[in-house]
Design a protein around this ligand. Sequence first.
Ligand SMILES: Nc1ncnc2c1ncn2[C@@H]1O[C@H](COP(=O)(O)OP(=O)(O)OP(=O)(O)O)[C@@H](O)[C@H]1O
Ligand SMILES: [Mg+2]
Length: 433
Amino acid sequence: MLNVLIVSEEAQELCSLFRLSGFAPDGADLQQKDLTAGGVPAVQSRYDIAFLDIDNEGWRERLLDLRQQMPVIAFSHPSIKAAIDAMKLGASDYLEKPLTSEALGEVISRYKKKVLTQKYGFDEIIGTSAVIQAVYGLIKRAAVSESNVLITGESGTGKELLARAIHRWSPRSERAFMTINCGAIPDTLLESELFGFEKGSFTGANYTKKGLLDQADGGTVFFDEIGDVSPLFQIKVLRVLQEGEIMRIGGARQIKVDVRIIAATNIDLKAACQKGLFREDLFYRLNVINIHVPPLRERMEDVPLLVGQFIKKHAVKRKDMVIKGISSEALGILMRNSFPGNIRELENIIEHAISFTGSPEILPSDLPSYMFEARVSTRAPIPRMRDAVIAFEKELIASALKNSGGNISRAATSLGIYRQQLQRKIKDLGIAI
Ligand SMILES: Nc1ncnc2c1ncn2[C@@H]1O[C@H](COP(=O)(O)OP(=O)(O)OP(=O)(O)O)[C@@H](O)[C@H]1O
Ligand SMILES: [Mg+2]
């Protein structure tokens, strides 16, 4: 059951309509602040979805506040302008008054799935560990701001997934999300790819082509692997960030583009700046909000949840058998690994295990052999110095005693120590004679 918040001067009357339609609503008027986690985005709201009356004064502030925590459905007397205003400010949907049971049922069922999956993670970004919860908080904050975002983290930690989530939760979500795989664009194609070209600008240009930035107008551009780009690329991107304008090859005028930039890298860009490999001015323009994604080994408590998710995702590929889960032994082996390839590695392991397992449960034998090597090395740690010395002494004394036929004085002489000294050692080390 979803918890519905209705924010309207007519909240009381509307509550009964919601109740009749089978929902559990709470009403508030626009002045009431304490009903939600309003103004304190870090606090999890107890509501799943809000309905906001935009015929009432003060709805804008309330919308900005609420949309950070839940989908907000705006409603008003029929007005296209009001609907556009609300959607521009980040409302997820719009309904006309008078509200009806059918309209409510329809809109709520549309959001139900989204809201329920979000309770266990941010869209498909799974995890309940404290470190990933902190990342969710940053995603929400980044989503509602217009600032550029730099996502850093090791390979396979989910940087692209985060970039998409930020876009999806931003007011730009209805517009394009364009990924630019920076490493894949050679300098010779850079301008035509990013900015496009005008018909006739060079041999073979027999049509006008929009560039990637132009296509993303109003939306989000994701520069993936930004750490790998050439100096020329850096200058071109910097200019777009500074001026908000592009010029097509062969074009006669600047074209305004309105894009929000999210960039990602697995290298240390600050260090690259110090070495002179990356422009510092570009770094600061990109790094307005920094989101660092922790490696999987720092949040191993998320592994069982992720494994469950990946089993669900890939089990459908087996037509001959229903794969239900993973044995606790196999999960234990996964938990003892450090996953240098992060979540991508874990997903590959599960996908592979599902394809080859002969049982409805993933077993240790379905896991790749290197998983076990990691286990052996953690099971047999290098002995500590003191333990090694004790073991050596024990062995030496036992063998001297054996040679002397159990005679302590002779054994002591052969070891080059006094009889009393040997007696104490035999007692301390618990050697049987
Ligand atoms: N928190 C998560 N929950 C579920 N799946 C995840 C999560 N994070 C990453 N994944 C999955 O792991 C894989 C790798 O994620 P992604 O491509 O976003 O990583 P990346 O950081 O961009 O890696 P690279 O630097 O190698 O490009 C994807 O299949 C993605 O769906
Ligand atoms: Mg990536």
